[in-house]
Ligand binder design. Structure first.
Ligand SMILES: [Zn+2]
Ligand SMILES: [Zn+2]
Length: 217
């Protein structure tokens, strides 16, 4: 879906009334019973207040319908459909302009998630902790994929995973539990434990922490 929106941005949409470039906006929610859906989550709209359609629309609507309003020119992305849409004021749609930089950022994150997901099946064979950590630390990544990644922690048996995972705050408590259990298992396999005072990794048998010198009894 994200890639589709970014594709829309490559389309050329110019207002025939004022020759200005149209702005990509989120489509307004369709009123129940209206029967008219835009058929698109996004619309290209002329938001130019000097646009002749918009500037002359006020008088036209006043004369025709006796109420306050005007028209904005609009095109449906990925199609040839165009509309003159009635608006009640200047600010209609200015709050629903699509944040393109944000979209690009989201898309970049999504591509990285997909890359990490693709590396997941081979990561045990390659002893590759990186995609597993990437997915576990990415709160926006697909939860099922993240759970799959969590399931690989014990087999990877890499102490390097502990610090980043302990420092991360998980929104999903069941994923967090799974990660904590995996960390305990990895520590046991290495005959290690975490110092309850300084959180450094120490021998399971230690009675005094070699890092903070606290008594562990
Ligand atoms: Zn225009
Ligand atoms: Zn300590």
């Amino acid at each position: 879906m994200l890639t589709r929106v970014l594709k829309y941005l490559e389309e050329d949409h110019v207002c025939p009334h004022c020759k200005q470039e149209l702005t990509l906006c989120n489509a307004p929610p369709v009123h129940v019973g209206d029967g008219l859906g835009w058929g698109s989550e996004y619309l290209f709209i002329c938001l130019n207040n000097e646009c002749s359609l918009f500037a002359n629309g006020w008088k036209y609507i006043e004369d025709q319908y006796g109420h306050v309003g005007s028209y904005r020119y609009m095109e449906i992305p990925g199609s040839k459909e165009t509309y003159n849409m009635m608006v009640a004021g200047r600010d209609a749609f200015t709050g629903s302009i699509v944040d393109i930089e944000e979209l690009k950022k989201q898309n970049k994150r999504y591509q990285e998630e997909k890359k990490a997901e693709a590396k997941l099946p081979a990561c045990l064979e390659n002893n590759d902790l990186e995609p597993v950590l990437f997915l576990l630390l990415d709160e926006a990544a697909n939860i099922d994929v993240r759970k799959k990644a969590a399931g690989m922690l014990i087999s990877l048996n890499d102490l390097e995973c502990i610090e980043p995972l302990r420092s991360h705050s998980f929104r999903d408590t069941s994923l967090e539990q799974e990660v904590n259990m995996a960390i305990s298992a990895i520590l046991t396999k290495h005959y290690m434990k975490e110092c309850p005072f300084c959180a450094e990794l120490i021998k399971a048998r230690a009675k005094v922490c070699k890092h903070c010198s606290k008594d562990l009894d």
